[in-house]
Write a protein that binds this ligand. Structure first.
Ligand SMILES: Cc1ncc(COP(=O)(O)O)c(C=O)c1O
Length: 467
């Protein structure tokens, strides 16, 4: 039986909903949470009519777009049913689907709050824009695209990326040299196979670096040589027999410095002299706050640099889409290595990403999140200046995290453990060094990770850990 719309309207008018939304911060996520809870708790029943986004926006005093986005999200999760021209209703199997389709946890399972390194705010994922892009892409794609033949990835995405990367990062790119991957890790594994099959034995990787990347290289059969990092970023490899180096020029991971201009030239000169290759991991190059972003290193010499990017910071790590822009000489071997290694991002998601880029929605999302992260960074820096002015903060100009240098004698592990005891996930520097013994301690503060409405509470928890 369908209940009259007025019952759901009563619920929308209820002080309970208003209080629930306000208590949770009055934003989209709050509204989503309140509606989800109402469906789970029986306040809204299957097939109940939901007020129009306009009516509910007026009732709650929030923007109509916010309500529409919340409805789109809940429809995507299976809680609501929205059909063009018809009243939006609670989905027929919503009580059951609530149990089957759990809401995505915003923070680390186990710990309620997170300032973990490397994570974007996944609650900012542009769900409505993505769904619209997906719908349009799938509505217009010829069926032949659904059985792809080109292992480099969907042509339309490679074209979009070539234009996008040229414009935003100064990458010298054409679609023929773009290889779509399932994220940077996948791309690195492919490249390591290519170099190993080409007879190379060693890869230089920055010290410190993301530890998973070391493990990937070792797994592909290469010996890993630590590449020291100083104030100017990665130094030039000096060991004999090293012809490949993995670097993070825009924002060294995790220490945060930008590769100095002289060092950029020196690394390129090194690669030319030994006929080697630099792998440029541009994992968060979209997020630069205080200066004009430096163009990609690859722009200086596309024949000796593999440029690598990912949507893991701009959209979500769960999407598993990344790209390599290859020197001409590596296109064939890398494509063949990808085919042998297996792994392909869903072509439907590739088409949706291309559509998101074509319409400008991707750029708009990056701009929005850049403003959000910059504001969060400023709040974090204010807090640190007030509470711990004696600590050095590094890597503030770009990216999604800063590094707090700990004074000698401070116990990094104890601070991470103390944070965990107060429910806050935090990363120390130790796992990122090739050999942590004797290295300075530090905390990597990933200010992008929390959902927007939890940022203040997360900072407060962090402040009490520092105290
Ligand atoms: C240094 C660095 N490179 C690349 C990535 C992205 O990796 P992927 O695209 O495999 O998610 C990350 C993500 O945490 C990172 O920290």
């Amino acid at each position: 039986m369908i209940r009259a719309g007025s019952i759901a309207d009563d619920w929308a008018n209820s002080a309970e909903l208003r209080t629930a939304v306000q208590r949770r911060g009055g934003r989209r996520a709050a509204l989503e949470g309140a509606i989800r809870d109402a469906i789970r708790g029986g306040g809204l029943l299957p097939l109940d009519a939901i007020p129009s986004s306009r009516a509910l926006a007026i009732e709650l005093g929030i923007a109509r777009g916010t309500v529409a986005e919340a409805y789109a999200q809940l429809a995507a999760e299976g809680y609501l049913e929205a059909r063009p021209g018809a009243t939006t209703r609670v989905a027929a199997g919503a009580a059951g689907s609530a149990a089957r389709i759990p809401a995505i946890e915003a923070s680390t399972p186990g710990l309620p709050l997170s300032l973990e390194a490397g994570l974007p705010d996944v609650t900012a994922f542009p769900r409505s824009a993505w769904l619209a892009a997906l719908r349009r892409a799938l509505g217009s794609a010829p069926s032949s695209l659904l059985a792809p033949r080109d292992a480099r990835g969907a042509r339309v995405l490679r074209e979009m990326l070539a234009t996008h990367l040229r414009r935003t990062r100064g990458v010298v790119a054409d679609p023929g040299r773009v290889l779509i991957t399932c994220g940077f890790g996948h791309g690195l594994a492919i490249l390591c196979r290519v170099f190993r099959d080409g007879g190379l034995r060693t890869i230089a990787i920055e010290d410190p670096c993301l530890h998973q990347h070391r493990a990937l290289a070792v797994g592909a059969g290469l010996r890993v040589l630590p590449l020291p990092v100083d104030e100017g970023g990665a130094v030039v490899p000096s060991a004999a027999g090293v012809e490949v180096a993995l670097v993070t020029p825009a924002h060294q991971f995790p220490l945060g410095m930008t590769l100095a201009p002289a060092r950029r030239g020196a690394l390129i000169a090194w690669a030319r002299a030994c006929g080697g290759t630099l792998i440029e991991d541009d994992y968060d190059g979209e997020y630069r706050y205080d200066h004009q972003p430096l163009g990609a290193l690859q722009g200086l010499d596309p024949g000796h640099v593999v440029y690598a990017g990912t949507v893991s910071k701009t959209l979500a790590p769960g999407l598993r889409i990344g790209w390599l822009v290859l020197p001409e000489a590596l296109v064939e071997v890398a494509t063949a290595a990808k085919e042998r290694a297996g792994g392909e991002a869903s072509v439907i998601e590739q088409l949706a990403l291309a559509e998101l880029m074509r319409t400008g929605a991707y750029d708009r999302h990056v701009r929005r999140t850049r403003l959000r992260y910059r504001r969060r960074r400023d709040q974090l820096l204010e807090l640190l200046a007030e509470r711990t002015p004696w600590l050095t903060v590094r890597g503030i100009a770009a990216g999604l995290h800063v590094v707090l240098e700990l004074p000698p004698g401070a116990d990094e592990q104890e601070l991470v453990a103390r944070a965990a005891r107060s429910g806050l996930a935090l990363s120390g520097l130790a796992p990122f060094w090739h050999e942590p013994q004797g290295r300075p301690g530090g905390l990597i503060v990933g200010y992008a990770a929390p959902p927007e409405h939890e940022y203040a509470a997360t900072l407060a928890a962090f402040a009490s850990v520092l105290d």
